[in-house]
Ligand binder design. Structure first.
Ligand code: BES
Ligand code: ZN
Ligand code: MN
Length: 500
């Protein structure tokens, strides 16, 4: 889809539909909506007067213009109450309107920059949110549908008569495109079934990303992983015929100051059967998205390579299946991690923390002092937070606050949970340094704290995306399947840290 800015009159747009907006409670629309209303002899005011159009958030009113103005149709979208108006609202209504018009077979749209006029929003933020809403909301994963005859919107123009806003709008579109493309790249990685998205395939896609963005990349195979003595990572890989990969990507944005850096580590379990502690078969297919953290980290690197912040970013993705082959590890096995600490395998289904233990320690061995890991780690996080927000854990309030801020800016909801040392008592082992489970109580916290054992003094934040990585319904910019969550937050975090 082509997205651009045009400076013509909204009533003169030669398109199938123009989109204007309305705040709840407004009976006399002003600005662009007012101009369209006048040109239509008060059709919008009449709809408001009759109570058919109210401005409720997400409400869509379709009006055929019958040649009174140039565009064939006008859509009035409700922005809700002006006091609740944010970028998140713009993203949501942009997604909804685009899906609505696509369902009508419409391929070219012009829209006003919601909020950039009367709403008082920064034009670049408005344009970015419109772009993200459109590109994220229209995303479909249909490559395996053989009768795929879908029609897509191919042109979206943001109409702005005020020349002074044009360059900001253009910049917002460009940022929004980079972030949405990266998020959709993540979604497409995670939506791929596990027979296609193997650890090897993940590493190939990471190589493509590195090539396009001029990033350094190393893909370590099993021999190297053995040399690194990553016993926990290797233990998980034992049950699978698919070779494990350790993917390491580097973006150098501040080569004169290598300590200005942050590390992103992503869980790359391309399928999680649970191993010998096998999962129930109901919904097990969803475990193809257990590499969502890894996909998010690789996809964030894609955007970072394009946005070029002045900071160095390293991504580490341990990728393997958690299968149940005859060599699979067993409950009771003891593995030795790269750090030297030993772990008793209490439950082979608690595999994410095992591969992250070695990957995070590896990131530490590269000298990274700030690390954010992203993982579909625990079912328990959905019990505590549902599918609404990502769980945030960490050992450094500054980095935690930076992640929360970046999440807020990106429209990805996050909530901080505690990591009090008392929770550490729950995963003591009789036979090894620790075991890999902490019981049912506070399962997401003990999972986080087991990872924390391997952070070796670094500032660290852990994002548990087990609830947010997938969506079961259409919801604003989210569609069914992978959400691509944390891609935009990680990018915003890197940009924000680069400015400190
Ligand atoms: N990949 C799962 C977590 C998960 C569950 C993600 C549901 C998405 C949806 C993880 O590897 C896992 O199995 N965790 C166990 C940990 C337990 C054995 C301590 C869990 O949550 O049950
Ligand atoms: Zn898992
Ligand atoms: Mn598991």
């Amino acid at each position: 889809m082509e997205i651009n800015v045009v400076s013509e009159d909204i009533t003169k747009q030669k398109v199938s539909a123009v989109v204007v907006n309305l705040f709840e409670g407004v009976s006399n629309p002003k600005g662009a909506t007012g101009a369209v209303d006048q040109a239509l002899d008060g059709a919008i005011s009449k709809l408001i007067l009759d109570g058919e159009t109210t401005g409720k958030k997400g409400e869509i009113t379709l009006i055929h213009t019958l040649d009174k103005i140039v565009p064939d149709r006008v859509v009035v979208v409700g922005l809700g109450k002006q006091s609740n108006f944010t970028c998140d609202v713009v993203r949501e209504v942009s997604a909804k309107v685009c899906r609505f018009l696509r369902s009508k077979g419409i391929q070219d749209i012009s829209t006003i920059a919601h909020g950039a006029g009367i709403g008082g929003m920064d034009p670049s933020e408005s344009a970015q949110a419109i772009t993200e809403g459109a590109l994220l909301g229209l995303y479909r994963f249909s490559k395996y549908k053989t009768d795929n005859q879908t029609i897509d919107i191919n042109q979206l123009s943001i109409v702005e008569s005020d020349q002074s806003k044009i360059s900001d709008l253009t910049e917002g579109i460009s940022t929004g495109k980079i972030l949405s493309d990266a998020t959709n790249f993540c979604r497409s990685m995670a939506n791929e079934p596990a027979n296609h998205m193997t650890p090897t395939r993940m590493s190939e896609l990471a190589q493509d990303v590195a090539k396009d963005g001029n990033l350094e990349i190393q893909v370590f195979d099993k021999d190297s992983i053995e040399k690194f003595q990553m016993g926990a990572f290797l233990g998980v890989a034992l049950g699978s015929d698919q070779p494990p990969k350790l993917i390491v990507m580097k973006y150098i944005g501040d080569k004169d100051n290598l300590s200005n850096s942050v590390g992103f580590v992503g869980k790359g379990i391309t399928f999680d059967t649970g191993g010998i502690s096998i999962k129930p078969s109901m919904n097990m297919s969803e475990m193809k998205t257990d590499m969502s953290g890894g996909a998010a980290v690789i996809s964030a690197m894609k955007a970072i390579g394009q946005l070029k912040p002045k900071i160095n970013v390293t991504a580490v993705v341990p990728a393997t299946e958690n299968m149940i082959g005859s060599s699979a590890q067993r409950p009771g096995d003891i593995v030795k991690t790269m750090s030297g600490k030993t772990i008793e395998i209490d439950n082979t289904d608690a595999e994410g923390r095992l591969i992250l233990a070695d990957a995070i320690y590896y990131a530490r061995s590269l000298g990274l002092e700030r690390i954010v890991d992203v993982a579909t780690l625990t079912g328990a996080i959905t019990i505590s937070l549902g599918k609404v927000c990502t769980g945030v854990f960490g050992n450094d309030q500054f980095l935690i606050d930076q992640v929360l801020l970046a999440g807020n800016q990106s429209g990805e909801k996050m909530w901080h949970l505690p990591t009090f040392h008392e929770y550490g008592n729950q995963y003591k082992s009789d036979v090894a340094d620790i075991k890999n489970t902490g019981g049912r109580a506070a399962g997401s916290i003990t999972g986080a704290k087991i990872i924390e054992e391997f952070t070796d003094g670094a500032s660290w934040v852990h994002l548990d995306i087990a609830g947010t990585a997938r969506s079961n319904s259409l919801d604003g910019d989210k569609v069914k399947g992978s959400t691509g969550v944390t891609v935009r937050t990680l990018v915003a975090l890197a940009i924000n840290l680069s400015k400190i």
